[in-house]
Design a protein around this ligand. Structure first.
Ligand code: SAM
Length: 274
């Protein structure tokens, strides 16, 4: 018997036009749509005239449901997993199900689509070459501060989801953990009518959000710039010598002398003379 497929289908995070043609095609064709909240998702599905059968698969029952879904797929049915908004599994249910499917050798196909973290990051103006998605911080004050303090030396851009009622407390904790100068960006109500991006030092953004209660409403993604990278590959004495020689010699020559003395790459040292 031919097995079916589990499809992971992202849905819009605000603007209904962000559903993809392929998402609609898959949602129309599957035997069952497993949804985090069937009432919430039926509004979206009705909007697109999709009448597939809905199953509730949320964080409280997903472990039990996983087995039944794997069995159905093995029997040849195809199932689409959706969450209330955005990409399933990204701070949303689905991990036990996908893990069970992979374990059972059942095909899993993920469709690309809306995700608040990626959308916010791409518009943030912060470095995107390396980033760390951290999901939601703890609602408990001390646990939240400790989690942030553990990230003090992280050099990648950090991306968090945050609830509006906690944003002021969280910004205060970010200020305590990273200092008032660290750059942050808040992407709010992305793809919706009141979409805004606030950016600046933590102290500046905290002042802006405090002064404008509208900025304490809606859905938000908080991004924190990474710490500046320290180049541990060049010994401190080599850098000192480089600085001294660089005052007397052309930069290329200074870099070459220090490189041969410490057995380092002249190019790496040359970058430090610029
Ligand atoms: N799976 C979703 C995704 O792919 O983005 C995220 C689900 S998580 C339960 C919900 C959180 O995502 C919100 O609390 C907020 O932090 C963020 N979020 C979702 N939609 C957003 C939007 N339109 N603008 C800003 N943040 C959003």
């Amino acid at each position: 018997m031919k097995t079916g497929t589990l499809y992971i289908v992202p849905t819009p995070i605000g603007n209904l036009n962000d559903i993809t043609l392929r998402a609609l095609e898959v949602l129309r064709s599957v035997d069952v749509i497993a949804a985090e909240d069937t009432r919430h998702s039926s509004v979206l599905l009705n909007h697109f005239g999709i009448e597939s059968k809905l199953w509730a698969v949320h964080e409280h029952n997903e472990r039990q449901k996983a087995e039944a879904i794997v069995q159905r797929i093995q029997e040849g049915q195809s199932i689409a997993l959706i969450s209330d908004a955005g990409t399933p599994l990204i701070s949303d249910p689905g991990y036990p199900l996908v893990n069970a499917c992979r374990g059972a050798g059942v095909p899993v196909v993920a469709l690309p689509g809306a995700c608040a973290a990626i959308t916010a990051l791409s518009a943030s103006g912060l470095p995107t070459d390396r980033f760390l998605f951290c999901g939601f911080l703890s609602p408990k004050q001390q646990a939240r501060l400790s989690a942030l303090q553990r990230l003090q030396d992280e050099t990648a851009t950090m991306v968090f989801y945050e609830a509006p009622r906690r944003i002021l407390d969280t910004l205060a904790a970010v200020q305590e953990a990273f200092g008032p100068e660290r750059q942050v960006v808040i992407g709010r109500e992305i793809t919706k009518q009141f979409e805004t991006y606030l950016s600046g030092s933590v102290a500046e953004v905290l002042a802006m959000v405090t002064a404008d209660s509208n900025q304490q409403r809606g859905e938000m993604v908080l991004m924190i710039a990474g710490a500046p990278a320290h180049d541990h590959s060049i010994p401190a004495e080599a850098l000192q010598l480089l600085t001294l020689l660089n005052n007397e010699l052309p930069p290329k020559k200074a870099a070459k002398i220090v490189a041969s003395h410490y057995n380092l790459r002249a190019n790496d040292l040359y970058k430090h003379t610029l």
